[in-house]
Design a protein around this ligand. Structure first.
Ligand SMILES: NC(=O)c1ccc[n+]([C@@H]2O[C@H](COP(=O)([O-])OP(=O)(O)OC[C@H]3O[C@@H](n4cnc5c(N)ncnc54)[C@H](OP(=O)(O)O)[C@@H]3O)[C@@H](O)[C@H]2O)c1
Length: 386
């Protein structure tokens, strides 16, 4: 494995990130084809159900790929029980001489088989190459196929003095228009957005992705985590439950309230109490996994934030900070954002607001301290905002 191999795999990882938001529940994959020290073709998996990275890169080649090296972020597929034809025979037919692979496919029925098939055909295979980075790229996919749960991102905004809400918990505008746009873009790439009871009461959020273009075919679920069911039926979430799907997870036995919500079009999911009079977030994740949620975005108040941080149940955290705003939040005991406790992997500026991304190093799908595809996409918006 050479420095050149690293350079091209790094490029393939960046290319793969272009597909974020459109390829799920598939993994993001990128491919670079190089010959005689030059890139002759490259591509990425752009949309679920459409061509994979390898055939896209082969089709883009400016000359014959015979004898070339293909750099692929993920082990090429060899199985046929899926939407598109397998990629290994395509690489063999194109007479690719060498394949450098970021990481093996974590799916047990595929893992290692693509490599074996390539080698059997006489293709030189180098694998893994920059494995930690390649696995971090597909951490949400690994969470899905190995851990049977969605990838969890927590996102919130705080003032210069660390407050997330105003007096008595009243909602306060913290982020500017440029940050709001990035937040809606992130929402549009996720599969579900969750909040806690108090945020519904105080903020009355809608939890939709607004003002952004999206080619998504999959639904964007809205989720409320509410053991008590003490949530106002006049809130915007419930008023719109027939237009945009809304699930309320609860441990409450208040059947009248549950019926009221169901009549408004809300799906009420009763979960078992697992201690402290609460349901367990693990049960919520299992249920969301069954609904094919790959990315869950939690927009927590400080209570839920503390809960997630204490249990290490968020894989990633995004914090928007307003550098000048000071909020006096007297009378609201939970208004301070807690300390995160792990170092940021990056920082972006949106017209003065600062966004930091943090990866939870204790997550079961943490592999490398590198910026996510969402962060790279936000960087594009940051550059555009300047
Ligand atoms: N700046 C921001 O980005 C931002 C984002 C969100 C919210 N906020 C602000 O935060 C404030 C609300 O924060 P908050 O801390 O009071 O409430 P919260 O975190 O929004 O919600 C807490 C509630 O969630 C429910 N919950 C469900 N599962 C839970 C669990 N496992 N552990 C703990 N709680 C669980 C509980 O209600 P049940 O008893 O019904 O289960 C709990 O009272 C609002 O005023 C809002 O303005 C700010």
């Amino acid at each position: 494995m050479s420095k050149v191999d690293h350079t091209y795999i790094r490029r393939a990882i960046r290319l793969a990130m272009t597909g974020r938001g459109d390829v799920e529940p598939n993994p993001m994959v990128g491919c670079v084809i190089a010959k005689d020290g030059r890139i002759i073709g490259e591509g990425y998996h752009a949309k679920f159900g459409e061509a994979h990275a390898e055939p896209t890169a082969l089709a883009a080649c400016s000359e014959s790929p015979a004898g070339a090296t293909a750099y692929v972020t993920l082990e090429p597929c060899c199985h046929t029980n899926k939407k598109t034809p397998p990629c290994v025979p395509r690489l063999i037919d194109a007479k690719i001489a060498r394949v450098v692979i970021g990481c093996l496919d974590p799916t047990p029925e595929v893992n290692g088989k693509g490599v074996a098939m390539l080698r059997q055909a006489g293709v030189e295979v180098v694998a893994p190459c920059l494995e930690a980075q390649a696995k971090q790229l597909i951490a949400p996919f690994i969470a899905r196929v190995i851990h049977h749960r969605p990838y969890v991102t927590m996102k919130w905004a705080q003032s210069a003095n660390g407050q997330v809400a105003g007096e008595m918990g009243r909602a306060v505008r913290i982020t500017n228009g440029a940050s709001d746009r990035v937040i809606h873009e992130l929402r549009a790439r996720c599969d579900a957005i969750a909040v806690g009871t108090n945020t519904v009461i105080n903020d009355d959020p809608l939890l939709t992705a607004r003002g952004v273009e999206s080619s998504r075919d999959r639904p964007l679920l809205r989720v409320v985590l509410s053991n008590s069911l003490k949530i106002p039926t006049r809130s915007r979430l419930f008023q719109t439950a027939r237009e945009h799907p809304l699930i309320v997870y609860t441990a409450s036995t208040d059947s009248q309230k549950a019926r009221e919500l169901a009549d408004a079009g809300v799906e009420v999911v009763n979960l078992p109490v697992r201690g402290e009079n609460r349901f367990s977030f693990t049960d919520v994740l299992q249920d969301l996994h069954r609904r094919e949620v790959t990315h869950l975005l939690v927009e927590p108040g400080p209570t839920l934030t503390r809960y997630f941080l204490a249990r290490g149940q968020a894989d990633r955290v995004w914090v928007f900070r307003s550098p000048k705003q000071i909020i006096d939040a007297q009378g609201f005991k939970t208004s301070y954002a807690p300390e995160i406790g792990y170092p940021p992997v990056g920082e972006l500026n949106f017209d003065g607001d600062v966004l930091n991304e943090y990866l939870n190093p204790t997550s079961t799908v943490f592999y490398a301290h590198v910026q996510s595809a969402d962060f790279q996409k936000a960087q594009g918006s940051s550059a555009a905002a300047v």
